[in-house]
Design a protein around this ligand. Structure first.
Ligand code: GLN
Length: 591
């Protein structure tokens, strides 16, 4: 097993995750099985209880793990399926050691950060790195470890220490560090000077802690000058080819191309003796095909001028990372429809009439954005702020024939809107949002633990079965003749099973197209005589991949672009691109 540690210096948030995922992708295109572990030095056990406004979205895995959004980037780039164990947090690792201490595993010893916690971190990494993450169920060859935060943080210290020991444990030629730093331009702009001092400091900080970076990735707003690269090499005593320049590019999908142009693969190959790893010829030709398709998609946007605007009507619009996977899924759909995505962020409370202090100008701007969009999307969310505004936007989409996609909360609100406007149910609401409402169209799921917040929702990958009599569905058409689909979930409430019949009997054309395996839980709604009005209780954005877009998002986007028919024809027969997930039954067609 080979380990690539991607660490950060100077400041966080400069794209370490994308560099880690892009490096993993490049390795995968050579036929290697690549896995990924993210270390988050915070005390939370997982990201499940963290506010999306503070930390970005909570990403959900097949096994129901609620994890850091960087696991999303790596799943999307690498086409792998990770588990909750692939995200290590300070909380999780302390809990693990403390549980062992209570069990008496340490035989009377004083339990310390070094060596007990640092050993536990290494054992955890070595164990989890072996877990197969591809459909072929083969043990990975390379594990990319992304360390959150920056080297030198107090929170990071035990993990850094563990890494210095891990490199010794796994031996020379099996451990490589890419240190990501920032090169500011002062004053900002093309005429400014590219400053290397923060990078020099970051590298010496890392060395002081016992980690000597093999590669230094310099993030910069503009392309790095040759003299800057030379200076970093001189001052940090490395070869020029160990300095990787990563400037801002039009789309993050271009980052793997940028790295490959600098011969990253051959540098890693040399340092790692990658040639010594035996390759499966099928994976090698699949890798070539993946790279060919990736390059095509990543560069295709350069020649695309037609724009499709999507209004994302949400609650956490001040931090775009809060809807990271939704945005990425729309990008994937746009790439595959060969259109440009114009994502418009609408704060749902601004759509409400002025009872809560909305300024008139914000109100009109928000409605202008909704009314001029080609498609309207209401994503998942919690709590009642902005939900009446969302219901108004949904009503607009339904009655004005504008393509609509409701995710989780966005589906629950679509049912409430329909119950109020079409079925005439007075006081229709949700137990979560209006606990005292007259008619609860959305209710708490009875089996869930109401007293604890962490990890107690209906989580992870679950089955949805298409219902008889819904063969007309535009949504279904995209899935060809599949009788069922599997998607990831994260919710505590559901459409009230007692109201299903009366809702379906109303004459507005809304049907429950998909239900769970027992037929009790509503998973997909769709309005029949409408270009695209779909709500899903699950989160298809967690399974959308760059080369294999979510069909739910693809259908919605295609409808907004006025090209649902050709896209349905093109994609309906296409099962998931299983070679991307490492299915060896697929013989790659690459030359
Ligand atoms: N708050 C809603 C629920 O818990 C919706 C959750 C979501 O959108 N992820 O059911």
């Amino acid at each position: 097993m080979k380990y690539v540690l991607v660490s950060g210096g100077v400041i966080s948030g400069v794209g370490k995750g994308i560099i880690a995922s892009s490096t993993g992708l490049l390795l995968k295109t050579t036929g290697l099985n690549v896995t990924y572990i993210k270390i988050d030095p915070y005390m939370n056990i997982d990201a499940g209880t963290m506010s999306p406004i503070e930390h970005g979205e909570v990403y959900v895995l097949d096994d129901g793990g609620e994890v850091d959004l960087d696991l999303g980037s790596s799943e999307r780039y690498l086409g792998v399926t990770l588990t909750r164990e692939h995200n290590i947090t300070t909380g999780k690792i302390y809990q693990h050691v403390i549980e062992r201490e209570r069990r008496g595993d340490y035989l009377g010893k004083t339990v310390q950060i070094v060596p007990h916690l640092t050993n536990a971190i290494q054992d955890w990494i070595e164990r989890v790195a072996q877990i197969p993450v591809n459909e072929n169920q083969v043990k990975p060859d390379v594990c990319v470890i992304e360390l959150g935060g920056t080297v030198g943080d107090i929170e990071n210290a035990p993990f850094i220490h563990a890494m210095t020991q891990l490199q010794r444990r796994v031996g020379k030629g099996n451990f490589l560090q890419i240190h990501v730093s920032h090169v500011p331009v002062i004053p900002p702009g093309p005429q400014g000077e590219q400053k290397t001092k923060p990078t020099q400091r970051a590298v010496s900080d890392s060395r002081r802690e016992g980690l000597n970076p093999d590669l230094i990735a310099c993030r910069c707003e503009i392309p790095l000058e040759a003299s800057t690269i030379q200076k970093v090499a001189n001052m940090c005593q490395v070869d020029v080819d160990q300095v990787i320049a990563v400037h801002n590019v039009s789309t993050t999908y271009r980052v793997p191309l940028l790295l490959e142009n600098q011969k990253l693969l051959s540098t890693i190959g040399r340092l790692f003796q990658l040639d010594s790893i035996p390759r499966n010829p099928t994976l090698v030709s699949q890798g070539k095909l993946i790279w060919k398709e990736w390059v095509e998609l990543a560069t295709s946007q350069d020649h695309v001028y037609e724009t499709v605007s999507i209004a994302l009507v949400g609650k956490y619009t001040t931090l775009h990372d809060a809807y990271m996977s939704v945005g990425k899924s729309l990008e994937h759909a746009a790439l595959h429809c060969r259109k440009k995505l114009n994502l418009i962020w609408v704060d749902a409370s601004n759509l409400e009439e002025d009872t809560k202090g909305t300024k008139l100008v914000d109100y009109h701007k928000a409605w202008h954005d909704v009314c001029t969009a080609n498609g309207i999307l209401v994503p998942g969310g919690f709590g009642d702020r902005g939900t009446e505004g969302m219901i108004k936007a949904i009503n607009y989409a339904r009655t004005k024939n504008v393509p609509y996609l409701g995710i989780c909360l966005g589906m629950q609100l679509a049912v409430i809107e329909y119950a109020r406007s079409v079925c005439g149910v007075s006081g229709a609401g949700s137990e979560e949002l209006q606990p005292q409402c007259e008619n609860k169209v959305v209710v708490n799921m009875p089996e869930l633990d109401k007293d604890k917040l962490g990890g107690t929702m209906r989580l992870g990958k679950r089955q949805t079965i298409f219902q008889p009599g819904t063969e007309w569905s535009r949504f279904r058409a995209l899935y060809g003749d599949l009788p069922e689909i599997w998607e990831r979930h994260r919710h505590r409430y559901e459409v009230n099973p007692a109201m299903i019949d009366s809702i379906e009997k109303a004459d507005g054309g809304l049907s429950f197209v998909g239900k769970d395996e027992k037929g009790e839980r509503m998973e997909i709604i769709e309005v029949r005589d409408h270009p695209w009005f779909v709500g899903v209780q699950f989160h298809p954005e967690y399974l959308s991949r760059v080369l294999s877009p979510s069909k739910t998002y693809l259908g919605f986007f295609a409808a907004a672009a006025g090209m649902l028919e050709p896209i349905t024809k093109e994609y309906s027969g296409r099962k998931d691109l299983s070679y991307y997930a490492g299915n060896e039954d697929f013989a790659g067609q690459a030359s």
